[in-house]
Design a binder for this molecule. Structure first.
Ligand code: GSH
Length: 212
């Protein structure tokens, strides 16, 4: 059994979506970051960076923080939602792009544009511009493909699952998905998956999945 320490955020949803897709038993343990529960000493033992999500796999004794590591671990453990050969490294590349680029930059858009508008014109402009650039990168990558990596038109992998929850907040980011039609189609394709819909509501329902 796996314990998933999580909250209703893009990073949390990445892992609940993967666990739902895998169909393995897990227990969601809510860590309410609006109440600073991520700083509780017991949580810090498994998540020393005091951020959600984190997992404890009681079957193997492994505990992990950082979604990139968690998703690679689960994909490898169950040998699903990953690709092999050269494409494996393409998958790691796009997973790292999400971890180092898309997630952190869109997180800054949420911080400055959504939650603190008017406090820093420079930051709002800088991160909004960066969001436009990153959406364009993803849109270009998805030209002629259904998924971010994989042979042919692509294979649904953890690279998609890591990226999708950030795109689901396109309205917070001032992004009109009509400007990025490949991203829009990919977003809708993934949103229609029952496991994604279940994973989106972990650890609790907040709202429906935003429409494209
Ligand atoms: N790089 C980390 C980022 C995790 C992260 O930023 N989590 C946010 C929620 S989306 C959090 O726990 N924030 C709590 C805080 O800022 O104190 C990962 O991918 O797991």
């Amino acid at each position: 059994m796996i314990d998933l320490y999580t909250w209703t955020t893009p990073n949390g949803r990445k892992v609940s979506i993967l666990l739902e897709e895998l169909g393995v038993p897990y227990t969601a343990k809510p860590i309410d970051i609006s109440k600073d529960e991520q700083f509780a000493p017991d949580f810090l033992k498994i998540a020393p960076n005091n951020r959600i999500p984190a997992i404890v796999d009681h079957e193997t004794g492994v505990h992990l923080m950082e979604t990139g590591a968690i998703m690679l671990y689960l994909a490898q453990k169950y040998d699903r939602f990953q690709v092999t050969g050269d494409e494996h490294w393409r998958m790691v590349e796009w997973l790292m792009w999400q971890m180092g680029g898309l997630g952190p930059m869109l997180g800054q858009v949420h911080h400055f544009v959504k939650y603190n508008p008017g406090k820093s014109e420079y930051a709002e402009e800088r991160y909004s511009k960066e969001a436009q650039r990153l959406y364009k990168v993803l849109n270009t990558r998805l030209e002629g493909r259904d998924y971010v990596v994989g042979e042919g038109t692509g294979v649904y992998t953890i690279a998609d699952m890591a990226t999708w929850p950030w795109i689901s907040r396109h309205d917070w980011q001032g992004i009109n998905l009509a400007d990025f039609p490949n991203v829009r189609d990919w977003y809708t394709r993934i949103a229609s998956r029952p496991a994604v819909q279940r994973g989106y509501d972990v650890p609790k329902y907040v709202s429906d999945i935003p429409k494209a």
